[in-house]
Design a protein around this ligand. Structure first.
Ligand code: NAD
Length: 716
């Protein structure tokens, strides 16, 4: 592979990075770039060098697949290539289009001039991986766009259109067409003017009188917003160093970058980056699997979920029928959708014309015949099997052959729903999370006989809707909610044993969750769990769980919507401690004969997180999830698991499975504990015995369809 192309355009050498898909700086590219720079230096007719990227984009940056491998440390490093650009006696002009991110942006900052298309997007996203721009970005960008803009870009990691930065010193020219042509012309013009000389960004002196104040303010902000995140703080320290001589600032940046590469935060964030990319890849469904057409959709049920799902579909430009049981419910559903769009228009987030366009794609109907030509139907009616089966009976009757029949059920058996139709291979679960138009996670539930092309099409739809799709096998609660039940159980046991809702919530928030379990319960409605427990009691009479939350619900304390739950909400949304709950706890403990004990925060965190881990291990072992990183993705994108912990399974691997297992055994010995609950999952026992980890575990591959016969929790 050539990686870098070299061509001549008059007196300009055009060096093109050609490393699809995003022209990242693998070791081979870095080496080839140095060679190309040397060739241009020795090419007598060359007066200037234009550096660009193939395929309409400059570069997506470092090759993060190399992170942690010897290739990432092999010489030349990106810093060396940038130094060579900057030191080139012949001026180097970066010609930027498409994306120019991370290391790609940093190399352009090391060039002597930059020319960009107005719609090219530049940015330094390293902070999102718990890192900082470590190839001069923190030192050069403030010199070109000013300290404040640079801080905003580096701390947000967001991409900025070149046009927005047109008036800074960053770009010599911002153009509407080919930036390479513009760069060659620029070189010619400068040459004719006698000013075609290297202009070093590192020579620019930063004259920002408020440098310290700006950086101190930014530091306060990031510490308040994300106290556990180190990377943003280190970014600011680097930017603060722009007041020092360039070489000194560069040395500080390098030292802090090396430090960040080793932090658990960065390892976790890089894990989730790769985990998201791996999610949705199913080993027996190659990318070449033919997709079914998907141009028209239908949603059954215009309630909370149906409305949100319909919004996702029309936002993606897919004409969507919305079917309800009666006119009043349909009107309410359509009005709710219109209300969501209107609020966005009011906030200036959506143009009125766009709102109207989307509403026009929505087709409210009351009869099934009207939707018969939809390519996919997503059912989101009440969570009752009889209601769902009646709907699927109608769908089976009217839908055209090949139409995908999807259910948004949270807990019901997708295989049973499929079997009730004459086309079980067309049935799939699409489990959206609430609010469906906002939450990124989509659990795609693969039934025992779901057709491969139906699954592949559902996955493709997930992409179209900009969701992160994770495939789950069929079991009660799928991946996310099945684990959540265990988390909730432990939270309630902790209250029985002596903790308060405030203490549990505070401990989980200190671990990094945005909200602890009791605040979440109050927000989502405690009645949801109550209904699930009622069903559990009927289904599994011996199943153990605390009756404490039931007692709370019996008092009508469903949470924010009733003004009271685990907390009081006199002002609407701000939770205040509740005397009623304290008394309820005291009476409940007395009734159970429990003398409350002091529980430390570490126990709270470990019990809640390891409850997730133990069930996650079973889910993995049963092949409900294809890989442990899929479970992490579910928790990171659907349940607010702290990003800098990498997900429950990554966290357990990080702690070390022998320690996790030991802790579980310790919890099993707790006199009020549940020894059965804390029995480490067989997979954990096996991995500890073999010195393995979840990340490397090879378990029953659900994805091959070869699920173990004794899989527990699998509704066959
Ligand atoms: P909801 O009560 O808000 O809405 C259900 C809607 O379905 C109502 O508008 C109702 O009129 C309509 N409906 C009922 N029977 C119908 C029929 N026969 N034909 C047409 N429409 C009918 O419920 P929801 O919260 O939107 O939940 C819908 C589904 O999504 C359930 O299966 C639920 O388990 C699942 N789900 C809910 C959430 C959540 O957080 N609410 C999250 C994920 C999945």
């Amino acid at each position: 592979m050539h990686h870098v192309d070299y061509a001549r355009d008059g007196a300009a050498a055009v060096i093109t990075i050609a490393n699809p898909p995003v022209n990242s700086f693998s070791h081979a590219v870095r080496s080839a770039l140095l060679d190309a720079l040397d060739r241009a230096a020795m090419d007598d007719g060359v007066k200037a060098i234009v550096l660009t990227g193939a395929g309409g984009l400059f570069s997506g940056g470092a090759d993060i697949r190399e992170f942690g491998t010897p290739a990432s440390l092999a010489s030349p490093q990106l810093r060396d290539v940038i130094a060579a650009c900057e030191a080139s006696a012949k001026p180097v002009i970066a010609a930027i289009s498409g994306i120019c991110l991370g290391g790609g942006f940093e190399i352009s900052l090391g060039c002597h001039y930059r020319v960009a298309r107005g719609d090219a997007r530049v940015g330094l996203p390293e902070v999102k991986l718990g890192l900082l721009p470590g190839a001069g970005g923190t030192q050069r960008l403030p010199r070109l766009v000013g300290v404040e803009t640079a801080l905003n870009m580096i701390l947000s990691g967001e991409q900025v259109p070149a046009r927005v930065l047109e008036n800074s010193r960053l770009f010599e020219r911002v153009v509407d067409d080919d930036p390479v042509r513009a760069a060659v012309e620029l070189a010619g013009e400068l040459d004719r003017q006698g000013s075609l000389v290297p202009r070093l960004v590192s020579d620019i002196r930063v004259n920002e009188p408020n440098l310290e104040a700006l950086c101190d303010f930014a530091m306060q902000m990031v510490k308040a917003k994300a106290p556990l995140s180190i990377a943003p703080q280190r970014c600011i320290e680097c930017v603060k160093a722009v007041g020092k001589p360039f070489a000194e600032g560069l040395a500080i940046e390098k030292r802090l970058f090396v430090e960040l590469m080793q932090t658990p935060e960065s390892k976790a964030l890089r894990h989730s980056f790769f985990a998201e990319r791996a999610a949705g890849k199913v080993s027996d469904i190659p990318e070449s699997t033919p997709l079914r057409p998907l141009t028209k959709a239908a949603v059954i049920g215009a309630g909370t979920m149906g409305g949100g799902i319909a919004i996702c579909l029309v936002n993606a430009g897919i004409p969507t029928w919305l079917l309800e049981a009666d006119q009043a419910a349909l009107d309410r559903g359509v009005a709710r959708i219109a209300g969501i769009y209107d609020a966005q228009v009011k906030k200036g987030k959506l143009a009125q014309t766009e709102r109207d366009k989307r509403m026009n794609l929505l087709m409210p109907v009351l009869n099934y015949e009207a939707i018969c030509s939809a390519d996919i139907v997503i059912e989101a009616v009440f969570e009752r099997m009889d209601v769902k089966l009646a709907v699927f009976g109608e769908l089976d009757r009217v839908m055209k052959p090949g139409s995908i029949l999807a259910t948004n059920t949270s807990t019901l058996d997708v295989n049973a729903i499929a079997r009730s139709t004459k086309r079980p291979a067309d049935v799939v679960g699409t489990h959206f999370f609430s609010p469906a138009n906002i939450m990124r996670l989509l659990e795609i539930v693969r039934g025992t006989v779901t057709a491969k092309d139906a699954l592949a099409t559902a996955l493709a739809l997930g992409k179209t809707l900009k969701k992160v799709s994770v495939v789950s096998g069929v079991c009660d609660g799928f991946i996310g909610n099945r684990m959540l039940e265990h988390y909730g159980k432990q939270a309630n046991y902790l209250l029985e044993e002596g903790a308060s809702p405030r203490q549990v919530d505070a401990a989980m928030e200190a671990f990094g969750f945005a909200m602890g379990p009791f605040k979440v319960g109050d927000l989502a409605g405690n009645d949801i769990g109550w209904n699930i427990r009622k069903r559990r009691r009927a289904e599994k009479p011996g199943y153990r769980f605390s009756t404490l939350p039931d007692k709370l619900c019996e008092l009508g304390r469903f949470g924010q919507k009733t003004g009271a739950g685990w907390y009081e909400y006199p002002d609407g949304r701000k939770p205040l401690p509740s005397k009623v709950v304290d008394e309820l706890l005291a009476a409940h403990r007395k009734e159970m004969g429990i003398t409350p004990r002091k529980i430390d925060d570490a126990e709270i965190v470990d019990r809640l997180v390891y409850a997730l881990v133990n069930e996650g291990a079973r889910i993995l072992d049963e092949g409900i999830a294809a890989r442990s990183s899929d479970i992490d993705v579910v928790y990171l994108t659907g349940y607010g698991f702290p990003a800098l912990r990498g997900g429950p399974m990554f966290h357990a691997d990080f702690v070390g499975l022998p320690l996790v297992q030991r802790r579980m055994r310790e919890f099993a010995r707790n006199p009020h504990g549940d020894p059965e609950f804390w029995k480490p999952a067989p997979l954990i026992e096996r991995l500890v015995a073999s010195g393995g980890s979840f990340a490397t575990a090879v378990t029953a591959a659900y994805v091959t369809g070869q699920r173990p016969a004794d899989a527990k929790g699998v509704a066959a």
